[in-house]
Design a protein around this ligand. Sequence first.
Ligand code: HGY
Ligand code: MN
Ligand code: MN
Length: 420
Amino acid sequence: MTHPSNRSFGSIAAHVSQDRLAQRLADMAKIGATEKGGVNRQALSREDGLARALLTSWATARGFAVSTDGIGNLYVRREGSDPTLPPVMTGSHLDSQPTGGRYDGVYGVLAGFEVLEALEDAGAVTRHPVEVVAWTNEEGSRFQPYCMGSALFAGKMDLEMVLACTDAKGVSVRDALAETLSLAPEMQVRDFGSPAAAYVEAHIEQGPRLEAEGKTIGVVQGIQGSRWFQVEVTGQEAHAGTTPHGARKDAFQTALKMVNALNDLMHDPDDIIRCTFGRFEVLPGSPNTVPGKVIFTIDFRHPDAELVKERGDKVAPLIQSLAAPCEVVVKETSTTAPVDFDPAVVDAVREAAEGLGYANRDMPSGANHDAKFMAPRCPTGMIFIPCKDGISHNELEYASPEHCHAGAAVLAETLARLAG
Ligand code: HGY
Ligand code: MN
Ligand code: MN
């Protein structure tokens, strides 16, 4: 990592354009646009492919190099003066929740792209190359686990395992990926695990703190731990009118007992534990058939590694103990420990915010990000900007052009400093 060069502070941020960034966000939001003003651009969908193709066209128009890898991560590279040096990286994700917003993920990709354009417009020469990445499947909504792109880059997942994952309709990552890649021009394919000098990700806070405190920039310290489970309860379909309750193997009633017991297990008077049952499918879903199968998910999070381990380890045994008279399969689909970001990068973000005169505060991230997988690989940090009412994973998600600009300006100064 390179120390502050002799360039005058703020010289790159001066070339960050609020209007150009706002326009690119608006153009990207057209892809997968929903009625309520959000986006449905799920991982490796046609919309995801079109978004990657649009970014690729913008990158080639500016003379940046584009490349991909075995899971479809999209890398946009601006060369440095010393090509032997590893790139300083930034980026986030283009995929969204089914009822997602116009900023989650895509803001970090386009803020990073705006920095490349600002460097280009400033005629700046950085020693390290600078790269923006659009990571594949950060959300983990259509395909679990989440962060497949950054995890494979970081050597934390097996490619064959990932390619075999299927969505709720049985479509594999392998097949969906082939379709997605076909929507963008052919490009050079790189191996996973190429070295990185540093990684800084810009993202909306997805919470209310910055807005409530009137702060513009979040200097992110780290990300809490998280464990995801998928539970499949199998009972026996039966006639709702004739089957006595004593003879039923009702998958819904069994799943209900499990959820009530999990709520007790995860009860936290301090309201720090997060436990969410986001998907709950009752099959066959007919009013007069006793449910024979229930599939539900658990998203459990906490900032303390010990508690994540101790409490998370109780989930499967508790569910198994309540299975009778049904059968149950519990699959842990993802386990990620809390991460702390690199103090030097955290300081660089804070100094850039201070230098540009933005009110800022140190804070943790409750949400997962690709930065979680980059943190063990290279000095990593994140920059948050406020989002309206703290709303995210919701079509009403909103960040103002001024805040989007501020985050990109801080990102520009931080990356310019790290890239020398
Ligand atoms: O779930 C998360 O924390 C991220 O926003 N996908
Ligand atoms: Mn995100
Ligand atoms: Mn998200």
